[in-house]
Design a protein around this ligand. Structure first.
Ligand code: XIL
Length: 358
C-alpha cells in the first residue's frame, strides 16, 4: 500500500514537471546587437517620410542570426507571415496559441520595429473546427467576433496597423465566396472593422487585396467597397496593395498613380503590403532579369513617394532564402531584394537610389 502511494506521488510529480516544462518552453528570439547605419533602407525611408517593412517568418527569425541582423538593420515595420493566422493562433475551439506572436511582439519592441497585424478575416488557413462546423448565423457572428476581440484586445495599443479583412473580392469585382460571407452575409466586413476598432481604438485599420494595383474591375470594386464603408461610418484608415508581381505582369505606373490618387481622395492611406516580384516569367539572361526586377521595385517605390498618401513599402519576406513563392522550375523565382546569402540584389540598390533621389 505504502509503495503504491509513493509510486502515485512520483507519477504526479513527474507529470506536473513535464507540464510546467512544456509551458515554459516559449521560443525566445535572441537579441540583436543593434547596428545603425545612416544609409540603411529604414534610415533613408524615414527621411522621405515613409516606413519600410517586411513579412517575417518565425523559424528563421529564431534560428538564423543573419536574418535577424538584416531585418533590424534595414526595416522599421515587421508583419508576422503566418503566426496570427486563424489556423495557427486559434487551432481548436476556445484554445488560442499566442506563443509565436508573443515572441515576435517582444522582438519587435526590443528592436524598435512597428508591428503590423495580419489578417483577422480571411478565407484561407482556417482550422477544421470552423470550416467543418455546423453553426447558426448568430454562432458564426460570435465566432468571428470572439476571434477578433481576443487577438486585437490582447495586443491593444501595440499594433500599428491591423489588416482586418483580407482578399474579400474576386477578379470580376464580386464578393469572394468565403465562409464568412456564406454564413454571415456581406455585413461581416463592416462588423469586423467595428469590432477591431472597439478592441483597439489606436490601431489603424486596413483592407488588403492583390491584383488591385492598376485601375480595373477589381480595384474599382475595392474602391466602391471602401467608399461605401466610409459613408456608413465604418472605421477604416487605409488600403493595402499586396503587389505579388512577376516581371511580365508588373502594374503600369500611370494607372497605379491614378489608382492611389482616388483612394487618397477618400482620405485613406495606401501602402504596398506584400510586395514580391518573380523573375521566371521574364526574358533575357539571369542578370538582366534581376536588373529588370530592380526597375519594377524602383518604379513602385517612386510612385509611392509621389503619392503623398502612400505611407509604407512592405515586402513579403526580404531574402530569397525564405520566400513563400514556390520554385516550380528548380531555377528559383528570386522574388525579393536580398539573395539567398543576404547579399543586396540590384533591386536593393534600385530602391536605395530612389530613396536618395529627391
Ligand atoms: C502566405 C504565406 O506566405 C505562406 O507561408 C502561407 O502558406 C500562405 O500564406 N496573401 C496574403 C498572405 O495575404 O497572408 C499570404 O501569405 C500570401 C498571399
Amino acid at each position: 500500500m505504502k509503495h503504491r502511494i509513493v509510486l502515485a506521488l512520483v507519477v504526479v510529480v513527474l507529470v506536473t514537471f513535464s507540464i510546467l516544462f512544456r509551458a515554459s518552453a516559449i521560443p525566445s528570439i535572441p537579441a540583436v546587437a543593434s547596428e545603425t547605419s545612416s544609409t540603411s533602407l529604414r534610415a533613408l525611408a524615414q527621411k522621405r517620410g515613409i516606413n519600410i517593412g517586411a513579412a517575417v517568418d518565425f523559424a528563421p527569425l529564431q534560428n538564423d542570426p543573419d536574418y535577424r541582423a538584416v531585418l533590424t538593420r534595414e526595416f522599421d515595420i515587421m508583419v508576422p507571415e503566418n503566426a496570427w493566422k486563424f489556423e495557427y493562433v486559434h487551432p481548436t475551439r476556445g484554445h488560442y496559441d499566442f506563443t509565436q506572436v508573443d515572441a515576435l511582439m517582444a522582438f519587435a519592441k526590443a528592436n524598435n520595429l512597428k508591428m503590423r497585424g495580419h489578417p483577422l478575416a480571411w478565407h484561407h488557413l482556417i482550422p477544421p473546427w470552423v470550416t467543418k462546423g455546423n453553426f447558426t448565423r448568430d454562432e458564426w457572428i460570435a465566432i468571428l467576433r470572439e476571434h477578433i476581440e481576443t487577438l486585437v484586445g490582447r495586443y491593444r495599443g501595440q499594433v500599428y496597423i491591423w489588416d482586418v479583412v483580407n482578399e474579400a473580392i474576386n477578379r470580376d469585382g464580386s464578393l469572394r465566396d468565403t465562409i464568412w460571407l456564406r454564413n454571415i452575409g456581406p455585413e461581416y466586413i463592416d462588423l469586423a472593422y467595428r469590432w477591431t476598432h472597439e478592441a483597439d481604438p489606436q490601431a489603424l485599420l486596413f483592407y488588403c487585396d492583390y491584383a488591385t494595383e492598376e485601375l480595373g474591375q477589381k480595384s474599382d470594386a475595392v474602391y466602391d467597397l471602401v467608399r461605401g464603408m466610409l459613408q456608413r461610418g465604418v472605421p477604416l484608415n487605409g488600403v493595402g496593395f499586396q503587389a505579388h508581381l512577376g516581371l511580365s505582369y508588373a502594374p503600369k505606373l500611370k494607372s497605379l498613380a491614378k489608382n492611389f490618387k482616388r483612394f487618397g481622395e477618400l482620405g485613406l492611406e495606401v501602402q504596398f503590403t506584400e510586395l514580391d516580384v518573380k523573375v521566371q516569367d521574364g526574358v533575357g539572361s539571369w542578370d538582366s532579369r534581376l536588373v529588370e526586377q530592380g526597375k519594377v521595385y524602383a518604379g513602385l517605390l517612386k510612385t509611392c513617394l509621389e503619392a503623398q498618401t502612400c505611407t509604407a513599402f512592405t515586402t513579403w519576406g526580404f531574402t530569397d532564402r525564405y520566400t513563400w513563392i514556390g520554385d516550380l522550375t528548380g531555377l528559383g523565382e528570386a522574388p525579393l531584394i536580398f539573395d539567398k546569402s543576404y547579399r543586396p540584389k540590384p533591386a536593393y540598390d534600385a530602391i536605395k537610389d530612389v530613396l536618395q533621389t529627391e
